[in-house]
Ligand binder design. Structure first.
Ligand code: ATP
Ligand code: MG
Length: 362
């Protein structure tokens, strides 16, 4: 039997069938996820409490998800696929809204895709390839999407905006740490122009606006029983930007041979083989819909996103550790050094990365 409070929430939605059971599913970082099982042959559902702290505009977010999934559904149907399995299906509330608001909490529902599998870590070449393929396919299906999307997280990956915050953080020097950070600050300043020049291409349209997923981890891709990509899930952070951001962020996390906060810098580097597999998967789906400029700057996006992360960790350390949760006093500084090591490893291997992209994009 389902808890009466949860049952009351689930019943606000236009579900088919009779609810048999509501169970918590895993321990998501961001949202609280439940599976709603119904009796007999009617579909099961995923019920999520959306994190309103992180997402101030849940209605805008759900509208984004609805637009994007509707677009993909038409693509899947046209290709002869199964529109109920190869893309998420949003289930509205009985009043027609895409969410139900209960006090301060927002709830949303989508159809549960039966028999799907997720993977936590890309520890084989095939999984790195499939991770790239999943995101590449998602972006390819949305390459002709032109509707406006709500900006659910302000200034995401916008380095011009980050530099504004950075300059303010340095001027304020809230924690009095600036004096001892000359070396680290120079890491940021010496690359400022180059990073801004990349973002300028997004601002002036040389790099086109596309739908970006913005949380490209492998566990956000559902696979079928044959371990082929079904669809990308966790669409809360879908927004408009350069699609290169998704590629760059995936490379930052997939290819790191160490941990994001590794204290032993000798463990941290970019694994070029993983880069190659991810890129091959990504381009296998996405290459045909990319512009020449996108191909040219694809590899650079990994440096850009990693640089941004160095800046954000260092800025939080300068601010006195107010944004990222820290486990020990210098945690943010350790993260800064580890991401910087990864950045320099990418910089050293950049000619090779470019060569790989060129080969695979032929
Ligand atoms: P995290 O922070 O771990 O990414 P989250 O709170 O953002 O989690 P989701 O990624 O949306 O939540 O979903 C959590 C898990 O629930 C997924 O990894 C997947 O296993 C399962 N899941 C989500 N949606 C579906 C679906 N439509 N069909 C089948 N399983 C699903
Ligand atoms: Mg997820």
């Amino acid at each position: 039997m389902a808890d009466t409070k949860m049952l009351a929430i689930a019943e606000k939605f236009a579900l088919e069938g009779t609810i048999a059971e509501i169970k918590a599913l895993g321990d998501g970082f961001i949202n609280d996820t439940f599976i709603v099982k119904t009796e007999g042959d009617t579909p099961n559902y995923i019920l999520q409490r959306k994190n309103h702290q992180i997402f101030p505009d849940v209605p805008g977010m759900m509208d984004n998800i609805q637009r994007v999934t509707t677009h993909i559904k038409a693509k899947v149907a046209a290709a002869g696929g199964d529109p109920m399995r190869e893309v998420l299906t949003v289930v509205p509330a009985k009043d027609g809204a895409l969410y139900y608001k209960d006090g301060d909490n927002y709830w949303a529902v989508c159809t549960f895709i039966e028999g799907s599998i997720t993977h936590d870590v890309a520890d084989t070449p095939r999984l790195a390839f499939m991770g790239g393929k999943g995101i590449g396919k998602f972006q390819a299906q949305l390459a002709d999407f032109t509707e406006p999307l709500a900006e659910v997280i302000k200034g995401f990956h916008n380095i011009r905006w980050r530099f504004q915050q950075w300059d303010e953080a340095l001027a304020a020097d809230k924690a009095g740490r600036k004096a001892e950070l000359a070396t680290e600050i120079e890491w940021i300043e010496s690359r400022r122009e180059k990073m801004l020049a990349f973002w300028e291409m997004v601002e002036d349209g040389r790099l086109p606006m596309r739908v970006t997923h913005n949380d490209t981890k492998l566990s956000n891709i559902l696979f079928d029983q044959n371990d082929e990509v079904l669809c990308v899930i966790d669409l809360d952070t879908v927004m408009s930007s350069t699609s290169l951001n998704d590629f760059g962020d995936a490379i930052r996390s997939y290819t790191n041979t160490g941990a994001e906060d590794d204290e032993d810098l000798s463990r941290v580097s970019m694994n070029i083989e993983t880069f190659k597999h991810y890129t091959a998967g990504y381009l296998s789906e996405r290459c045909a819909s990319m512009t020449e400029t996108e191909k040219e700057w694809l590899a650079f996006s990994a440096l850009y996103i990693t640089y941004e992360q160095v800046l954000r960790f260092l800025m939080d350390y300068i601010d006195g550790d107010t944004y990222y949760k820290t486990r020990y006093p210098k945690h943010n500084l350790v993260r800064t050094a580890a991401q910087y090591k990864l950045l320099t490893s990418m910089e050293e291997q950049y000619p090779e990365m470019q060569k790989i992209v060129k080969e695979l994009a032929k």
